[in-house]
Write a protein that binds this ligand. Sequence first.
Ligand SMILES: [Zn+2]
Length: 173
Amino acid sequence: MKSVESPKFIVDINVGKLARWLRMMGYDTLRFDGDDDWRMIITALREGRIMITKDTQIMKRGVITSGRLRTILITSDEPDLQMQQVLESLNLDCQFRPFTICLECNQPLVERSKEDIEKLVPPHVFQTQNQYMECPACHRIYWKGTHWQAMTRRIENFMKGSPKQNIESGNGQ
Ligand SMILES: [Zn+2]
């Protein structure tokens, strides 16, 4: 199967919460926790990542004003609105590859059989869930429990509140 080129991201610490949301949708996303902007820019360029920041000073750098490094300047303080801005400005699919990347370490998850994880998850989870994924780096086990459902609902809400969606659904010419 041919792999489709999908956008990859690096998020600045000032919008660090976006990393988990993007990973949850399946987008390869680094979180930059340092304070050396230049290192973040170099990483973005080297790895072909779109940079996301709230820092207006970074936007003045030549590498960004020239368009060489694609950067999204987040305007809201509200995480939901921040996510909405990212999804809209890149026209991202929020159902891209849900729950295929570890939320903590950005590693692609590996499918695990129910037998493999029996001793690793609480008994009530084992009894009710049949699909499990494991992070090869931190060995967290993921399943589609209530936390997963809550996050999925919240993503759907980002998009429901989006003005663009309202225009599209109210297409009455
Ligand atoms: Zn992990």
